[in-house]
Design a protein around this ligand. Structure first.
Ligand code: GTQ
Ligand code: FE2
Length: 367
């Protein structure tokens, strides 16, 4: 007669599975249950005061007299994401090059943008050989895998905002990096606009493969500001005010495949409505004074301060001045969320407070 089998305990079985490098789903179900009601914001709301950043940058010029292959950039480390970045997908910082200095050429799979803080139009970034002059509030793209070096032939320090998709690229484990072969600087084209003019204008060479992305695009403040001003009297978005996205003119799509840049204007005294979305963002105050409330934290900002809004965190903006407008530059990871159908937005006081998926309209269901 066979002995009656005693049932193995789940605990013993789980241990056995571990030895075979397996795990029962019941052990990780906790992760799913925890996501009822949506994710928790990744990282903390935080603000970096310009006064501190600038004084540390000046110190960095002393302690790091030459940047060589590195960059003299002070990166914003989210206090809730040690060692990861400014948000879970984005890394932002402020870079400075001294008079006469060159930051050597390299390329990487991380895409980057530069938003100029102090530039007289004679300092420049070179992207795939194209000279991109840096003037205050200009935006210059260094798309993934484009060669870039920074040059300061002037007698004043040049400063700009750097933003990259570093945490995303690291998370996907696709970092590639290459110093420019044999030299410190790239071979440059003759004059600014040489490369772009022939490829992104209304007519293009027929003998070259038509390319849509990875152009070293430059968005001049002298073009962007009038556009923003022209819309200043419109109501804009109830959540973001009069807000413009920097568009890739060839695709009509976002600034870059992994990140998007916005410029937004808050009217004197304007207070936006509260909402949250699955994208995260880093902000830089171009002009004005105000506060952005993120969850329970009030981030009080002034000119040139930087701050972070983690994803899925409730937030609203307020322009504290009754007379002056406020202008905010920001970068976000909306293109990543959109690429995978993961962009969700929730307005305050909505019926969907439990974060239930919104029922798609029939037209969406049928494609
Ligand atoms: O200027 O090339 O802040 O490669 C971080 C990585 C700047 C740059 C950063 C970079 C750069
Ligand atoms: Fe770089």
């Amino acid at each position: 007669m066979a002995k009656p089998k005693t049932r193995k305990s789940l605990q013993v079985f789980d241990e056995e599975l571990r030895q075979f490098h397996m795990q029962g789903q019941w052990g990780v179900e906790e992760l799913l249950v925890r996501s009822i009601g949506g994710p928790r914001p990744k990282g903390k709301p935080f603000l970096w005061k310009w006064e501190t950043v600038y004084s540390k940058l000046l110190e960095a010029c002393e302690v790091l007299p030459e940047s060589f292959t590195a960059r003299r950039s002070l990166l914003f480390a989210n206090p809730g994401l040690p060692g990861h970045g400014s948000t879970h997908t984005l890394l932002m910082g402020i870079q400075m090059i001294k008079p006469g200095e060159v930051a050597w050429a390299h390329r990487h799979t991380m895409a980057a943008i530069r938003f100029v803080i102090q530039g007289d139009g004679k300092a420049y970034t070179a992207v795939d050989g194209e000279i991109c002059p840096m003037e205050n509030n200009d935006l210059i793209l260094t798309p993934q895998w484009t060669w870039h070096d920074h040059h300061n032939p002037t007698d004043k320090g040049t400063l700009w905002l750097d933003a990259l998709d570093v945490p995303l690229i690291i998370g996907l484990n696709v970092p590639f990096y290459e110093p420019y072969p044999g030299n410190q600087v790239q071979v440059l084209r003759e004059k600014p606009g040489d490369y772009l003019q022939r490829r992104t204008a209304a007519a293009r060479p027929t003998w070259e493969a038509a390319k849509k992305e990875s152009f070293p695009l430059c968005y001049r403040w002298k073009d962007i500001e009038p556009q923003l001003r022209a819309l200043a009297e419109r109501p804009g978005s109830p959540y973001d005010g009069v807000s413009l996205e920097y568009v890739n003119p060839m695709t009509g799509g976002p600034t870059l495949p992994t990140l998007s840049c916005w410029i937004q204007l808050l009217k004197p005294g304007e207070r936006t409505r509260r909402h949250r979305h699955t994208s995260s963002a880093m902000y830089f105050v171009v002009r004005g004074q105000g506060a952005t409330t993120v969850e329970e934290t009030s981030l009080e900002w002034g000119e040139r301060d930087s701050f972070v809004i983690p994803n899925w965190a409730w937030h609203e903006h307020k322009n504290r001045s009754k007379i002056e407008e406020a202008i905010l530059f920001s970068i976000n990871d909306i293109p990543v969320m959109n690429a995978f159908g993961l962009y969700r937005e929730e307005p305050e006081n909505s019926l969907h407070t439990t974060n239930a998926p919104q029922v798609p309209a029939p037209s969406q269901v049928n494609g």
